[in-house]
Design a protein around this ligand. Structure first.
Ligand code: C5P
Length: 299
């Protein structure tokens, strides 16, 4: 069997409603994932043992050992099917590392699909999705792509209809933010406000009907007025410069701005492709991307 390559998209959470902290440490979510056309490529080639290499953006911050989520994905798949995890995984990165765009999750989903093909396992999609959910809250969506409501800790997906293309610009910050730290800061801010951060005290979050309708209608104006991210205050508290980044994008013509997931990448919704180009030029490192984008795809 020769090498196979899988293309996997980044995501932005156009709604990220965070409920309370559960006894298992995760937070109940109602999140609307939207896959965007910014991709990592994962190539699986025959090898003896498991080896990882990486190239592309932020490559010095990609771990090349067993802690890499793509390596963990290959090992989990091999174990599930009783085969040896013999593979050379090469990850070509375009998705920012630790940027709140599910880059690590994308690589895990890509590795699963690539190893499944390389090893000729023919794993059913439900099996791959179950393995994805074990690997991380965002990994099932990286496999699925398109748009979906994520509930539970984000891993339970309900596909959503998208009635048109949306133009985005992603402003990449230097250095990542740790997702667990951002959730901890969100909890701390809730307690500092005199509230509770516990799932037993807070109502379960739900999907925003206006946002779901805007996606279905392909309405950029509707989506712009409905964007929300409950982690944004925590990300900005940990990285105050993000407030300036968000303001810069709005001044440069964005319909709306928000932190992507746990940050620090900031997402700007643009009214057109031309406006997206102008917006991107307002930042030292910003990339236009279209949504929706397909999920993990064997090339
Ligand atoms: O599932 P994943 O490994 O991506 O989650 C990383 C971390 O983010 C978790 O260990 C947890 O601290 C936090 N998290 C959370 N609630 C979620 C998803 C993630 O608290 N729903």
């Amino acid at each position: 069997m020769s090498a196979v390559t899988v293309r996997v998209p980044a995501k932005v959470n156009v709604q990220l409603s965070v409920g309370g902290r559960r006894p298992d440490g995760f937070h109940d979510l109602a999140t609307v994932f939207l896959a965007v056309g910014l991709y990592d490529h994962v190539t699986a080639a025959p090898a003896e043992g498991l080896r990882i290499t990486a190239a592309g953006r932020d490559v010095d911050r990609v771990p090349l050992d067993g802690t890499n989520l793509a390596a963990r994905a290959a090992v989990a798949l091999a174990k599930r099917y009783g085969v040896e995890p013999d593979v050379h995984l090469h990850i070509d990165k375009d998705i920012p590392v630790a940027g709140g765009m599910a880059g690590g999750s994308a690589d895990a989903a890509g590795a699963l699909v690539a190893c499944d093909a390389l090893w000729g396992l023919g794993a059913p999609r439900e099996e791959l999705l179950a393995l994805c959910a074990e690997l991380g809250s965002d990994v099932p969506f990286s496999l699925a792509g398109g748009a979906a409501l994520g509930t539970g800790r984000g891993e339970i997906l309900t596909p959503l209809e998208v009635g048109g293309e949306f133009h985005w610009v992603f402003a990449v910050a230097e250095g990542g933010l740790s997702t667990p730290e951002v959730y901890r800061e969100c909890d701390r801010l809730r307690r500092a406000d005199g509230g509770s951060d516990l799932a037993s005290d807070l109502p379960a979050p739900g999907a925003d009907a206006a946002l779901v309708a805007a996606l279905r209608e392909g309405s950029a104006a509707g989506l712009a007025s409905a964007l929300s991210n409950d982690l944004q205050a925590a990300s900005v508290a940990l990285r105050p410069a993000l407030a300036d980044t968000l303001a810069t994008g709005l001044a440069a013509g964005a319909l709306a701005a928000l932190v992507s997931g746990s940050g620090p990448t900031c997402a700007f919704l643009a009214p057109s492709a031309g406006a997206a180009t102008t917006l991107a030029a307002a930042f030292p490192a910003a990339y236009p991307a279209l949504s929706p984008a397909p999920g993990a795809t064997l090339l």
